[in-house]
Design a binder for this molecule. Structure first.
Ligand code: GLN
Length: 457
């Protein structure tokens, strides 16, 4: 009840697209019965959770923030949702996102922008963005409307809003959590991401949802072993080698972020870790490489929305071609249409080698940078974003591609390599907004990554 009350009280922030009030009440009543019988299903039994509105939920509308899917009701659950329900969790609602998760601000949703909860009172006509594209999920957790939430992360969409809203945001190793039922953006980069207030909460959500899934062929088939992080007092960073990649100290990195990065590095050193400056020369290619891969996969993924099988259908019946054209031109926003058009251009026979194949090679170089540094160090410490949450009025002056190229500089490379990365809140900036840092480790290094995150927390 208090979760539903909090959702109601903070609805002006626009974190939720759909609140699943009735099913939430029923589900928590069932949990009550299990607790009375002393038989909770898991640590998450009865716990309120929200999921981004690009995860399919059986008989619950799943919109992707788009007119195209405004009235789409899936007949099945995404694996993430099914595992949460099997663990007894209570789904409180579906959260706002940039249309089809294309964005870094949650400013491009059919349902309007999501407002950050921080510093609202200072700017009555304006507000700080929540970050994105999983901004609704982040604000739902930050307001206490739920215990944790699932977002998705293709280039930073979980870590970016976590950083702006002062939360823990985990992008797990590619394939550790199933993508089945997560409406795809870029299949080769997408992962479900976890947003919580603490690292321990994040571990609880990971343990319930990770592991093999025969419905997702890219899911890691090795059985998942639950992670247990010792209490903070028992954690140590002695013998840990942490790399500081110099290329992440990039142009446009705000002084306060740089300072926070230095402070945390010094604190880790004082606590016994070895810090080492390392170089990852292909880092700055990540943004351009990503934009080609993203648009190619988008062009292919969006082809399914033709108005025939499901989703929006234009009332145009002069010809089948016209029906397709009108459906797609009215159903998608300009960001999605732009990516479809450029993606199809890159995929033309005459361009394929020049762009798509080239981008795949560059992606390999970016991943190799990580392989090389992980020979020298176990973890990397970097900023998550270059600044604190920008004001909405300033942010929307830039085009979607400018927004992403600035916001995602530090987060995208991890998706290129498939490695795990986590954003952790560190402190507040001078003007009262969260400042966060990112840790990255080699594939499947979640136990060390989360332990170090908890140590810093
Ligand atoms: N900002 C990036 C994009 O728009 C990443 C989005 C994401 O991670 N879903 O593609």
């Amino acid at each position: 009840n208090s979760s539903l009350e909090r959702i109601e009280k903070t609805k002006n922030l626009n974190a939720f697209i759909t609140v699943t009030k009735q099913t939430a009440v029923e589900s928590s009543q069932n949990s009550d019965v299990r607790y009375k019988m002393k038989k909770p299903k898991s640590v998450l039994d009865g716990i309120p959770i929200a999921v981004k509105d690009n995860f399919c939920t059986k008989y619950i509308r799943t919109t992707c923030g788009s007119k195209m899917l405004q009235n789409f009701v899936p007949p099945y659950n995404a694996t993430v949702c099914q595992r949460l329900l099997d663990a007894g969790a209570t789904l409180v609602g579906k959260t706002n996102l940039d249309e089809f998760a294309m964005g870094s601000g949650t400013v491009d949703s059919l349902f309007g922008a999501t407002k950050n909860v921080w510093n609202l009172e200072n700017d009555s006509n304006d507000f700080h963005i929540s970050g994105g594209s999983s901004g609704g999920a982040a604000v739902a957790v930050a307001t206490g409307s739920c215990f944790g939430a699932f977002g998705s992360d293709t280039g930073g969409s979980t870590r970016n809003p976590a950083a702006y809203c002062g939360l823990v945001g985990l992008k797990p190793t590619y394939g550790l959590i199933s993508r089945f039922g997560l409406i795809p953006l870029v299949n080769s980069l997408d992962v479900p991401g976890i947003l919580t207030r603490t690292v321990d909460d994040c571990v609880s959500l990971l343990n319930v949802t990770a592991g093999p899934d025969c419905n997702d062929s890219t899911c890691i088939s090795k059985p998942y072993r639950s992670i247990r992080i010792p209490p903070a007092a028992q954690l140590s960073v002695k013998n840990l080698k942490i790399g500081i990649p110099r290329e992440y100290a990039c142009e446009n990195l705000e002084d306060e972020v740089l300072q926070t990065w230095n402070e945390v590095a010094s604190l880790l050193e004082e606590s016994g870790a070895t810090l080492k400056e390392v170089s990852m020369p292909h880092t700055e290619l990540s943004i351009v490489c990503y934009s080609i891969l993203n648009q190619c996969e988008v062009a292919s993924n969006m082809a399914r929305y033709d108005g025939i099988q499901y989703g929006y259908r234009a009332d145009e019946n002069s010809s089948t071609e016209q029906l397709y054209a009108k459906t797609r031109s009215r159903g998608f926003n300009s960001v999605v249409k732009h990516r479809i058009l450029t993606g199809n251009y890159f995929l033309l026979t005459r361009n394929y080698e020049k762009y798509f194949e080239k981008a795949l090679k560059v992606r390999r170089l970016i991943a190799n940078d990580f392989d090389n540094v992980f020979e020298e160090v176990q973890m990397l410490l970097t900023p998550t974003t270059l600044t604190c949450a920008p004001l909405h009025s300033k942010f929307i002056q830039k085009s979607n591609s400018e927004q992403c190229s600035q916001q995602d500089f530090c987060t995208q490379p991890a998706n290129m390599a498939g490695i795990p990365a986590i954003s952790i809140p560190i402190k507040l900036s001078k003007n009262g907004l969260p400042l966060s840092l990112q840790l990255m480790g080699r594939n499947l290094s979640e136990p060390t990554l989360l332990a170090l995150a908890k140590f810093i927390e």
